[in-house]
Design a protein around this ligand. Structure first.
Ligand code: GLU
Length: 297
């Protein structure tokens, strides 16, 4: 092939590429359009959030796997955080996360400090008097975390030996353990990471809360600690919403429903929970009732 011919072919190839790139009105050519922001009924809470351009979501900062402030990135991460990002995406707004510990979840909503709580929060009748909840997005069960070399291996040991057990202020875990082990000495902290420190320092014999929180703490030191005894409550998690937010519960329910049905829930479960439980799971039903423990026989 002569040099001239090669040059002509090269020029034609470049021209063809340029023309191809310009032909955007051809319906057979896929073009990248920026996604249009979803539109919401004027007066709805979603429209208000869109106007503001941001949603503020309260999550845990000390619960590995659900809401944990990664010290390397200074960003919260976990199952609850990823669900919060899904809500933000569906609204087409930025997400600002703030720390919500067990005791301030409801006040943060009622005092308008946050728009949404996604903080390992159990849906129960008492809380429903004060706030609304989404459909269920996870179901946990309360258990104990103990030292391997200790004498307490069950809730009944904790009760009969009048052991010291740590839980978080304002949690269902605190209430449940007082029912299940009324003779135990209950000490309260703001969060479960502080309880774990008490256990490590031998100032507590056990930490009690939801199994998924305990397995996250256990991964810090599985040689010395273990989950003990049988589960003794049922804790269906929901997102907390202030009452009177027009349309917002239905919207949030839609985001959770879609994540449950399109495979996103399983992806998030496998990312955050499966590595610490070793178990596979499917999305929970939308309406699981909380169950408190029975008093000792
Ligand atoms: N799920 C329980 C609750 O909502 C215990 C975990 C927690 O305190 O976040 O109170």
């Amino acid at each position: 092939m002569g040099r001239r011919l090669i040059k002509i072919l090269a020029v034609l190839a470049v021209l063809a590429m340029i023309m191809g790139a310009c032909q955007t009105d051809d319906p057979s050519v896929e073009t990248e359009e920026p996604e249009a922001a979803p539109s919401f009924e004027p007066g709805s809470y979603m429209a208000e959030l869109q106007e503001r351009g941001k949603i503020v979501i309260g999550v845990k900062y000390d619960v590995p796997q659900f809401g944990f402030l990664n010290p390397a990135t200074n960003q919260p991460e976990g199952f609850d955080v990823d669900l919060g990002n899904l809500v933000g995406e569906a609204l087409g707004v930025d997400v600002e996360f703030v720390e919500a510990i067990s005791a301030n979840r409801i006040p943060f909503l009622t005092e308008d400090k946050v728009d949404l709580i996604i903080s390992t929060m159990t849906i129960n009748e008492e809380r429903k008097q004060q706030i609304d909840f989404s459909i269920v997005y996870y179901v946990a069960q309360q258990r104990l975390l103990v030292r391997k070399d200790g004498n307490i291996k069950s809730v009944s040991d904790l009760n009969s030996q009048k052991g010291t057990v740590c839980s978080a202020k304002g949690s269902t875990s605190e209430k449940n353990i007082r029912i299940a082990a009324p003779d135990a000495n209950v000490v309260l902290q703001d969060g479960y990471s502080q309880c774990f420190q008490l256990l490590q320092n031998r100032q507590a014999d056990a930490v009690t809360t939801d199994d998924v929180i305990l397995v996250g703490l256990l991964k810090n030191d599985p040689d010395q600690f273990q989950i003990a005894g049988e589960p003794f409550s049922k804790e269906p998690y929901g997102m907390g919403i202030k009452k009177g937010r027009e349309g917002f519960k239905e919207f949030v329910d839609g985001v959770i429903s879609e994540a449950k049905s399109d495979g996103t829930w399983v992806v998030l479960y496998n990312k955050w929970v499966q590595p610490v439980t070793g178990e596979s799971a499917t999305p929970p039903p939308d309406d699981v009732e909380a169950e408190a423990p029975a008093p000792p026989a």
